[in-house]
Design a protein around this ligand. Structure first.
Ligand code: ACO
Length: 348
């Protein structure tokens, strides 16, 4: 049974204690996982958290990123959590999680967590705090406006530029493979692999991912040399995730012209995440993006027949990819909007 945090009274804020969250602190991690499993009640749609994945995330950060994880306790029990992501070398710190226990909201705990995030960002030498707020699409389901109201109350502002569109494919309602996988155009062939990228493709995958197919590999020479793909798969393996990839090889050059990646957590057999799809600019216009995604879905379902729901997110300005997703039956659900706050000088 889940322990409900002690009903907080007037002293909630005075009582708050910030504690670093580490994977080997079983009791705190257990309370954090229980809080994450609480229904959000805000209408947003996400895969249920997988415990193996979440605990793994405390040990294995994404490539070139440091994570700083905290919980806040009230009356000795976890009442909220904060994950600050610090991408290497950038001016910004990103709030990847700022969560208050659903039964302890509107008591100032969120504001206190945000203050802690600012303090940490300052300590890490970052000048800006960014975060993603889930908002309704104009013709999508109505979501709770609370997170945006909270962000505005902290002094953060909506960043200019485009938001992300979060789409879902429900295989119980759409079968994009009803007509099978389309034929591969002449001059190309498909290859598949699992979680670990074969040596022959590791550098090419890194170059494609970092350039999004728009720049030659040497524009990202340093990252490519250290192999982004290898760092990414170290994180996946550490989080207990399995991945499925399909690549398209340009036969004349023998080089990878594009690839796509789907991953899933150890838990939640029905859910999978459609990750990066990229086709090198020189090879666009042959419907390779749709081919890669359909062939890879076929690959996924051969190994993970329980998968029924796939989610993905793309910049809303990325019309070609959103159109490919729509052609497969992905439906837009909500928008991921970036908000930013200035970190400011040290508090006196
Ligand atoms: N509706 C309207 N305004 C709200 C709401 C809401 N549901 N929640 C907070 N606010 C605004 C109010 O102005 C509030 O001040 P008030 O209570 O004096 O009116 C102010 O934000 C501060 O509220 P807190 O009590 O500090 O916030 P709380 O502890 O309830 O936490 C949070 C808010 C973090 C959004 C919580 O609802 C939650 O965990 N939601 C799910 C995760 C999430 O959306 N995280 C926030 C992402 S945005 C960001 O990090 C900047």
């Amino acid at each position: 049974m889940t322990d409900t945090p002690r009903a907080a009274g007037h002293d909630t804020l005075r009582d708050l204690e910030f504690v670093p969250l580490t994977a080997d602190d079983d009791e705190t991690v257990g309370q954090w996982l229980e809080m994450l499993a609480e229904p959000s009640g805000d209408g947003s749609r996400s895969a249920p958290p997988c415990n193996v994945d979440m605990v793994g995330s405390l040990r294995f950060a994404p490539p070139a990123t440091v994570l700083d994880d905290w919980v806040v306790r009230s009356g000795g029990t976890v009442a909220g959590s904060l994950r600050l992501a610090l991408p290497e070398g950038g001016p910004a710190a990103r709030v990847d999680q700022l969560l208050v226990h659903p039964r302890l909201r509107r008591r100032g705990i969120g504001r206190a967590l945000f203050g802690h995030a600012l303090e940490l960002a300052r300590k890490h030498g970052r000048s800006t705090l960014t975060t993603t707020v889930v908002e309704s699409l104009p013709d999508g389901p109505a979501l709770d406006a609370g997170p945006a109201a909270f962000a505005a109350a902290t002094g953060a502002v909506r960043a200019g530029g485009s938001a992300g569109v979060h789409q879902w494919l429900d295989l119980n309602r759409h079968d994009p493979l009803a007509d099978g996988v389309p034929a591969t155009p002449a001059g190309y062939s498909l290859v598949t692999w699992g979680t670990i990228t074969p040596d022959e493709y590791a550098l090419q995958v890194s170059a494609l991912e970092l350039s999004l197919g728009d720049a030659p590999a040497d524009a990202h020479e340093q990252e490519v040399r250290t192999s982004y793909a290898r760092q990414f798969e170290t994180m996946r393996v550490g989080r207990g995730r399995r991945a499925y990839h399909t690549g398209v090889v340009h036969e004349e050059s023998g080089r990878l012209a594009g690839y796509t990646s789907v991953s899933k957590t150890t838990g939640n057999p029905e859910y999978a995440l459609q990750g990066m799809t990229v086709v090198d600019r020189a090879h666009r216009g042959h419907r390779l993006g749709l081919l890669l995604k359909l062939a890879n879905l076929d690959h996924v379902l051969r190994h993970e027949p329980s998968v029924r729901l796939l989610e993905t997110a793309n910049d809303e300005a990325n019309h070609p990819m959103i159109a490919v997703n729509a052609a497969m039956g992905f439906e837009p659900y909500d928008r991921w909007v970036t908000w930013t706050a200035e970190v400011g000088p040290t508090a006196v």
